[in-house]
Structures are given as C-alpha cells and as structure tokens.
Design a protein. Structure first.
Length: 247
C-alpha cells in the first residue's frame, strides 16, 4: 500500500512538472511568435514579395538572421552580402544543435526535422529542464508553438504592410531592429557578453556611412574574437607577473 502511494505521488509530481513545462514553453512560443508580425512588415517594406517573406519564415526560421537579411536589402545592400551577414548570425544554431543533441537524444529519423527548431528560444527552454523527458516536452512545445505563430504572424504582417502602403511613413521600418534588441538584451548576462555587444554596435553603426549595406554586419562579427582575445590577454597578465616573482 505504501509503495502504491509512493508511485502515485511520483506520477502526480511528474504530471505537475510536465504541465509546468508546457505552460512555460507556450509562454515563450506565444510571446516571441507574435514578433513575426514585425518581420512580415519589415520584409514587405524592404521590397520582398508576400511569397518571399513567408518562404523566409518557413525555411530559415531564425529571427535574427531574417531581420539582418531584409534589413540589409532594405538599405540597398548586395543580396550576397546580405545573405552572408544572415548566415554568420545563424551559425550559432549549429553550436546549439551540438549541445541539444546530447540533452534530447532524439531518434535519427527525427533529428533532421528537429534541426529546423533549433533556435535561441527552444535551446533556452530545453536546457532549463531537469530531465530528458521535460527537455523533450519543452523543446517540442516551444518549437511547434513558435513555428506556427511566427509563420502566421509573418503572413499577417506582410499583408498588413501591403495594405498600409509606405511603411517608412508609419515608422514601421524600425520594428525589426526594436524586436531584435528586445530579444537580445536579456541574453547579455556577463561582462564579456555585454562588451561584445557594445563593440559590435560601435563597429556596425560606425561603419554604416563608409561601407556598403550589409558589410558592417560582417565586420561587427569580429567583435567576439576581439573581446575574447583581449580578455585572454588580461587574464594572462597576472600569471606572467606571478611567474616573474617566483623567479
């Protein structure tokens, strides 16, 4: 009888944990998924067709890269340069995938489909879970809700932009960068991360007047190795001083 009660308590606890994960995952999916409206508006305002805007969300599905691409195109940048900037922003998802593959341990047949949902939000929800079961639930619910909403709101945003005409006149061209900054800011938790972001902003904005559209984004990517190099030198200096004293 005591054993049956213990099993029942474990099952009840597991059910509560699953429900909590679903609740949190849906919260993230809905909150971020609605931002697809801003992308749809920005994409249409940059000159992309309704089909092109929707195809980007369906096939690329990584907000920062999508905003970077349409932003560079809107500024008159070369499509190849714009695509290169978007690519470098999307490379981080490959590193997320390496980590999530160990946590989720999905069957081989499922992995190619799951790879489409490997983004900032699904990674954050997944890694916050205490067990493989809840990690899989968090990944699946976040990915599904975000993918559906992002694509739906992209469609609505692109249709809305076509209906209102000139997006610049309404100031909607700033919607994309504003959403991107809102998503990025909470992720900057350490001094190094803030230093990288600050240097990237200085490089990107400072080079806008002198370089073709899209190129400043590529140059700004050098902020990460530059800050890490300087941080490595800073940490190495006390060690060298200590070694000199020992001699």
């Amino acid at each position: 009888m005591a054993e049956q009660t213990a099993v029942a308590d474990i099952g009840a606890g597991g059910g509560k944990a699953d429900a909590a994960v679903v609740r949190d995952a849906l919260g993230v999916g809905v909150a971020v998924g609605l931002s697809g409206f801003a992308f749809g508006v920005t994409s249409a305002g940059s000159g992309l067709s309704l089909l092109q805007s929707c195809a980007l969300s369906l096939l690329v599905f990584t907000g920062a890269s999508q905003f970077a691409l349409v932003g560079a195109l809107a500024a008159g940048g070369n499509p190849l340069t714009a695509a290169a900037g978007a690519f470098f922003l999307g490379v981080r998802n490959a590193f997320y995938g390496l980590r999530l593959s160990q946590v989720l341990a999905l069957p081989r047949a499922v992995r190619p489909f799951a790879a489409q949902w490997v983004i900032d939000e699904t990674t954050a929800v997944t890694l916050a879970q205490p067990s493989r079961r809840t990690a899989r639930i968090g990944f699946g619910v976040t990915g599904l809700s975000l993918y559906v909403l992002w694509n739906l709101t992209t469609l609505l945003g692109a249709l809305g932009a076509k209906a209102i005409g000139d997006t610049d006149a309404w100031g909607l061209d700033a919607a994309g960068p504003a959403v991107f900054l809102a998503l990025l800011a909470p992720m900057l938790k350490t001094g190094i991360e803030r230093a990288v972001a600050g240097l990237a902003v200085v490089l990107g904005l400072g080079l806008l007047p002198v370089l073709p559209a899209g190129v400043p984004v590529l140059v700004a990517a050098l902020a990460a190795p530059a800050v890490l190099f300087l941080e490595g030198r800073r940490r190495q200096a006390p060690r060298n001083d200590a070694q000199e004293e020992d001699r």
